[in-house]
Design a protein. Structure first.
Length: 194
């Protein structure tokens, strides 16, 4: 396909001159995502451990990098994407929920990975929602809140990631985030208005 164009002008002798311009039309371009890289989605969390960065995007995708410049998408082979994740005791850890249509309830899973791309799962049994997880001092701690009134906050503690003890923490509040630093687990609470 060609584009034709014409221009005209008068020469110094007063003659009319015409110029015909023929240019090829560039075919439609194929677009590839470049910026922001690795995703257009907001990143919820970036965690570093074992020489690896792992980032969780708002579109529930995981990315990993060894240098924080070159990122590769990583799927979790289990099909679960963590809603919260951290690094502790030599492992990346996350919590994820999946709705079971047969039982009409949600199941919660602890996701574990040493490299940020190969994940294994352990079921967490609780009567509430698990919102965050952290690890430290050879403990896994998950936090959340009960599904029914009075919506008390709960904590779950495990020594191995497979067997959990649930603790009702009382109060009409629930926790939003959890971290482990300097030997302490720390969290933020939000009051529930009913």
């Amino acid at each position: 396909m060609m584009f034709l164009g014409a221009t005209s002008s008068r020469s110094s002798a007063g003659r009319l001159c015409a110029q015909l311009v023929i240019e090829p039309v560039v075919p439609p371009m194929e677009w590839h995502w470049r910026n922001p890289y690795p995703t257009a989605a907001d990143l919820r969390r970036v965690v570093y451990g074992n020489g690896q960065f792992v980032a969780l995007g708002d579109d529930n995708t995981l990315f990993s990098s060894t240098n924080a410049l070159d990122w590769r998408p990583d799927g979790i082979s289990t099909g679960l994407v963590p809603s919260s994740f951290a690094f502790g005791d030599g492992q990346f850890i996350g919590v994820s929920s999946a709705y079971d249509q047969q039982t009409g309830s949600s199941a919660h899973y602890l996701l574990l990975s040493s490299d940020g791309s190969s994940w294994r799962t352990n079921l967490i049994t609780t009567n509430g929602s698990v919102t965050a997880v952290a690890a430290g001092n050879r403990l896994y701690v998950a936090i959340g809140y009960q599904w029914e009134a009075p919506y008390n906050k709960i904590s779950l503690v495990s020594h191995d990631g497979a067997h959990w003890q649930t603790h009702d923490q009382g109060e009409n509040t629930y926790w939003r985030n959890l971290t482990f630093a300097n030997g302490w687990f720390s969290t933020i609470t939000q009051e529930v208005f009913g």
